[in-house]
Design a protein around this ligand. Structure first.
Ligand SMILES: Cc1cc2nc3c(=O)[nH]c(=O)nc-3n(C[C@H](O)[C@H](O)[C@H](O)COP(=O)(O)OP(=O)(O)OC[C@H]3O[C@@H](n4cnc5c(N)ncnc54)[C@H](O)[C@@H]3O)c2cc1C
Length: 443
């Protein structure tokens, strides 16, 4: 029996386990036993679900794009394909103390903060992006430079710069144009014939898919260890020999690291000092997500980009402006999201304190808001929420096969230039499973 240990039960870890188990199902020569280690009590990582008496929903807002085929296939494979709900989602923007609808090309043409000619130039960006043949050339310039070239200074200053500041903070000016390119190209694929965006969610939350994968793995004799951390990997020469966990130390044949890169760097064995440094060269931003349960709706849109220079958050995502209200028992759910540096004090605040801090901005944006609308406020935080994808990021992305022969790495930071969507994570996991399978066959 070959033992494979997987670190992390987010989408990367669980889908790698799922495809690996499937790949070996029909193997006669070699049988595998997979152990998945997850420090949290429940699966899902960033895409995990929490439940209240009225509904179950993701801790951080998550939707599925039409072109997210790998994820849809995985959901179907575990028997939940019928439960993906597709609904049109209205997008807005809050600029200069005004809300604007920004859901279709027509909305773009009516977008007053930009002079008319610049609205056309903004729309032209998506057309230009789709014509780009090799994204690598864009990875050598910043978004700032690219947008200035394609659409001009006003489009950059009014539309994009505030969004980059909100998402990447001090790194805004050096974000790679390849990252923006993939967003422009991928996003277009989710629109229907009228240009409206159709987004999907799994009824009852993504947690159902994770639980279904866990059940499939367990049924096939594999092992899931929730609430248990991997503390350190040990080895000699080019191999990992032992995995040290909170449950004990175990000999292992192969390890797949599916936690975030800085978390993996911390537990690497002594002999991998250079590799540790390489993994550590990728920086991350954190996310603080305030989830409000409301007795009335807050905004007119599912997704509102907030680009006021003094706003303490970047987006308001009102789940129930898009999802079927029957799934929420009449409650309204809004996420208030901010990307912050990993030492931001908000990462340690509770729901009431964070709401109190955000109240002046919320009241300014939504004059009809009153405190009595809020039934509950909870905060979810993620220290490693977004890799900082600056110019030349492709040179930093680690290979799936690490310099150690039986250590493999599959994390969202390796998804590039495409965004760290769950579906891209599933595709990377399938590739990882195949690489591991081949490596084991060759060993
Ligand atoms: C705010 C936000 C919104 C998003 N919205 C969308 C969206 O709408 N659509 C979409 O497709 N994607 C979205 N994403 C991206 C998506 O959530 C991620 O790409 C995906 O969930 C990453 O999965 P992962 O398994 O790679 O990492 P993670 O989910 O971070 O999983 C890693 C796991 O490893 C565990 N771990 C870490 N260290 C150890 C250790 N030493 N021992 C044991 N376990 C360990 C962690 O607890 C965690 O569960 C969003 C992300 C964020 C932050």
């Amino acid at each position: 029996m070959t033992r494979i240990d997987i670190i992390g039960a987010g989408i990367s870890g669980l889908s790698t386990a799922y495809y690996l188990a499937r790949a070996f199902e029909t193997e006669r020569e070699r049988k595998i036993e997979i152990h998945v280690w997850e420090k949290d009590a429940t699966p899902g990582g960033l895409a995990g679900t929490f439940t209240t008496p009225d509904f179950a929903v993701e801790k951080f807002y998550h939707h599925i794009f039409k072109r997210d085929r790998d994820l849809q296939q995985l959901i179907a494979d575990v028997g939940l394909g019928e439960d993906i709900v597709w609904r049109p989602a209205a997008t807005g923007a809050y600029y200069f103390r005004q809300p604007y609808r920004l859901s279709s090309p027509l909305d773009l043409l009516r977008f007053k903060p930009l002079p008319f000619f610049d609205r056309l130039r903004l729309g032209w960006m998506a057309v230009h992006a789709r014509a780009v043949k090799d994204w690598r050339q864009l990875d050598d310039i910043s978004c700032k430079e690219y947008i200035h070239r394609i659409a001009g200074d006003t489009v950059y200053r009014v539309v994009w710069e505030p969004l980059f500041r909100g998402k990447f903070g001090a790194y805004a000016d050096s974000v790679s144009a390849a990252w923006l390119w993939s967003k422009l190209v991928d996003r277009g694929g989710s629109r229907n014939s009228q240009g409206h965006e159709l987004l999907g969610y799994l009824r009852g939350g993504m947690g159902r898919m994770f639980e279904a994968i866990v059940a499939t793995l367990q049924r096939n004799g594999h092992h899931l260890h929730f609430g248990q951390s991997v503390r350190r990997l040990h080895g000699t020469g080019e191999r990992i020999t032992t995995i040290e966990t909170t449950e004990g130390a175990f000999p292992t044949d192969a390890v797949i690291g599916c936690a975030q890169l800085p978390e993996l760097a911390e537990i690497l064995p002594e002999q991998a000092a250079t590799y540790r440094q390489a993994l550590g060269s990728i920086g991350f931003l954190s996310n603080v997500c305030l989830v409000l349960t409301l007795n009335q709706s807050l905004s007119d849109f599912y997704w509102t980009n907030v680009t006021e220079p003094d706003a303490p958050f970047i987006g308001i995502i009102e789940q129930t402006k898009w999802a079927d209200s029957a799934d929420f028992h009449g409650k309204h759910v809004a996420y208030i999201s901010a990307y912050v540096s990993p030492d931001d004090p908000r990462l340690n605040m509770d729901g009431d304190a964070l709401l109190a801090q955000y109240l002046p901005a919320i009241r300014k944006m939504f004059p009809q808001f009153s405190d009595s609308m809020v039934e509950a406020a909870v905060v979810w935080t993620a220290k490693y929420a977004q890799p900082i994808v600056t110019v030349g990021y492709r040179h930093l992305v680690p290979e799936i096969q690490s310099p150690l022969r039986n250590l493999f790495v599959c994390t969202m930071a390796q998804i590039y230039p495409h965004d760290r969507q769950m579906s891209n994570g599933v595709a990377l996991a399938r590739k990882t499973a195949e690489i591991v399978r081949q490596a084991l066959q060759a060993a």
